[in-house]
Ligand binder design. Structure first.
Ligand code: AHG
Ligand code: MN
Ligand code: MN
Length: 331
């Protein structure tokens, strides 16, 4: 049984760079994740279901468990000496960690070297109905100027926790994609799949078809393509959509196929967020041999302008995402 901590130290030894730092950050993520699991399992017995009166920066109603999960991630890093900035879907402004010597907006050598980005609870509409949920994380190193808005290619590590029938953690630090399962007795994450590879093509497409009336003509053609009967290419694909990006992308990671959340005529940038949804999941997809795309551009090379910006996302098996891209660029 290989623990997550052991695994990270081994991975980073290969790079001989930042092993202890990455391990410490992952410990914080794991610690918050385990408390989220605990709070979710008792949410129906406590006062944690339902909504707050707040709306987040995206105008979405904040659920109580969204706010709770966000508080747990902030708590995990509020005294960190290596994390300088925490960005979250549920906080309008980045949280700047105040170090022991006082608030320190400028990165100091050996202190506050990283920025972490979170979707603290992904799939919020599943909270009240006991559906799958997740948390997504992305870790960036601050540059000397303190810039924390960097391309997906520059992520130090990224991944997600999936709170399903089992709790799992999937991460990459650029050396493949690895899955860990929470062993409930010990409370430790142990390796359950290493070097995961997405099949080159799959049999599943995952999209909210209720939005069809808002899609571009070419986007309609993409979904029509995967629904069309063609024995040679194994179509039609099956439709699967849980309303939790992490759960849907995890299915695609293991089984192949593609997940799509396109832009539409009114909102060309789509719904999903670059820094804490699309970029970390695209890092995972690429490390597994798949693709993360806007439809016309690789997600990982987008230069972010703001912490909360949205992007269209088409992610999954190489051949399936490429087929979607081809249909999207047609006149
Ligand atoms: P979040 O719960 O973090 O706001 O994310 C919801 C996301 C994602 O999990 C899911 O795939 C998608 O939004 C669902 O949106 P629709 O209800 O519009 O399909
Ligand atoms: Mn989300
Ligand atoms: Mn969320």
């Amino acid at each position: 049984m290989i623990s997550l901590t052991r695994h990270i130290l081994d991975q980073q030894q290969l790079k001989a760079d930042g092993a202890a730092d990455l391990s410490a950050i992952m410990n914080g993520i794991v610690s918050a994740g385990k408390k989220i699991v605990r709070d979710l399992s008792a949410a129906g017995l406590t006062d944690r279901l339902g909504t707050t009166d707040e709306r987040n920066v995206h105008g979405e109603q904040v659920q109580r468990m969204d706010a709770r999960a966000n508080a747990l991630f902030v708590e995990a890093f509020q005294d960190s000496t290596i994390v300088q900035i925490v960005v979250s879907e549920e906080m309008d402004e980045p949280f700047v960690v105040a170090h022991a010597e006082g608030a320190c907006p400028e990165p100091v050598e050996g202190s506050g070297k990283f920025a972490v980005f979170f979707d603290p609870l992904d799939g919020s509409s599943n909270i009240d109905v006991n559906g799958s949920l997740g948390s997504i994380f992305s870790i960036h190193r601050l540059d000397p100027a303190g810039n924390f808005l960097k391309t997906g290619c520059e992520q130090v590590a990224a991944g997600y926790l999936l709170y399903g029938t089992a709790t799992i953690l999937v991460y990459t630090c650029g050396e493949g994609v690895h899955q860990f399962t929470l062993e409930p007795e010990s409370g430790e994450f142990f390796l359950s799949a290493s070097n995961i590879q997405i099949p080159a093509s799959g049999k599943i497409y995952s999209v909210n078809e209720g939005n069809r009336y808002k899609w571009s003509k070419n986007m309609v053609k993409v979904v029509d393509h995967f629904q069309a009967h063609d024995e040679a290419t194994g179509r039609p694909y099956s439709s699967r959509y849980t309303g939790c990006l992490v759960a849907d992308v995890h299915r695609i990671l293991l089984k192949g196929g593609l997940y799509l959340y396109p832009g539409d005529v009114q909102k060309p940038e789509g719904k999903l967020r670059l820094m804490y949804e699309a970029a970390p999941l695209s890092f995972v997809a690429e490390q597994a041999g798949g693709i993360g795309s806007t439809g016309v551009e690789r997600i990982s090379t987008i230069h972010p302008k703001t912490p909360h910006q949205c992007v269209p996302l088409i992610i999954g098996s190489r051949e399936d995402v490429e087929a979607a891209e081809q249909l999207l660029i047609r006149e």
